[in-house]
Write a protein that binds this ligand. Structure first.
Ligand code: C5J
Length: 279
């Protein structure tokens, strides 16, 4: 049972309310909100999915991002992608998909699921700003062959509020990895989506069953209210926002003074973990 912290808010959640730790000890984690998953011609569509199903969570994540930035709370973005030579892509993953639209094949947004390609970047609406961690990962889970755990430990971050896509794949895998490493996890119900509504529902049910065996779940409005940000003032950023540019894994970012206090030391992390079994 996590310790109560009378100075910090408690977020109404299922199966039990979620006690926030001190500011700086919890982070918003946005999983894989990339063009590859949300736009036609990317990895998601190459696997036969209707990518438009994921769109409704974009304004929800925008509101959360605005709120976390206003409060100066840490934000982490992840990107699923592989190096151009595919040495970090296990053969089993590479084989999936159809001839001509597999990982590394050319598509309308560049090579599919390859770091640095236009289609691999985070959608402009959720573009990271300087000081936010952008973590590239070769797997579904954000802890697999990345430095995420040590980065969190260095920052003494203990609680993760997680959204993004897709609920039952990269989001759920990351939650389970985080839970096994002792992080307290909250899945944001309306900030995550799947190509399959029934899989999203099953994931919600699975993670919060048995007393929250993997995570608790909460609605974004309860999170915003708990951190003292009312929804209307936390609207999406205007398109004039200079931060609203697509960001991909090759875009270097320098921490700004605004975010320097809670900025991750590396700002942008690119994991280069060769897959030893690749031919
Ligand atoms: C998938 C992800 N679905 N981000 N990736 O392959 O969930």
């Amino acid at each position: 049972m996590p310790k109560a912290n009378p100075t910090m808010p408690v977020i109404p959640a299922k199966p039990a309310d979620f006690q926030l730790p001190a500011p700086g000890r919890f982070a918003l984690v946005i999983i894989d909100m990339q063009r590859d998953f949300l736009e036609p011609g990317g990895f998601g569509e190459s696997l036969g999915n209707n990518v438009h199903r994921l769109r409704p969570i974009v304004p929800v994540l925008q509101r959360l991002l605005v709120a976390f930035r206003m409060r100066g709370f840490p934000v982490i973005h992840t990107i699923e992608g592989h190096h151009p030579d595919l040495t970090d892509c296990p053969p089993a993953k590479l084989r999936r998909g159809k001839d001509g639209s597999r990982i590394g094949d050319p598509g309308p947004m560049g090579r599919i699921l390859i770091l640095g390609e236009p289609g691999n970047g985070i959608i402009p609406e959720l573009a990271p700003v300087p000081g936010e961690l952008v973590l590239t990962k070769p797997g579904k889970g954000a802890f697999c062959r990345t430095d995420l755990e040590s980065m969190l430990r260095v920052q003494a971050i203990t609680h993760l509020l997680v959204g993004g896509v897709t609920t039952e794949v990269c989001v759920q895998t990351t939650l389970r990895e985080a839970n096994d490493r002792g992080f307290e996890c909250l899945l944001i119900e309306d900030a995550t989506e799947s190509y399959f509504p029934e899989f999203k529902q099953s994931t919600m049910d699975m993670v919060r069953a048995q007393g929250g065996i993997v995570a608790a779940t909460a609605h974004s409005s309860d999170i915003l209210r708990s951190i003292g940000v009312t929804e209307p003032s936390a609207g999406p950023p205007s398109t004039a926002n200079p931060a609203a540019r697509p960001v991909n894994a090759t875009a270097a970012q320098a921490p700004s003074s605004l975010h320097a206090r809670l900025a991750f030391p590396l700002g942008l992390a690119i994991s280069r973990n060769l897959f030893p079994l690749h031919p």
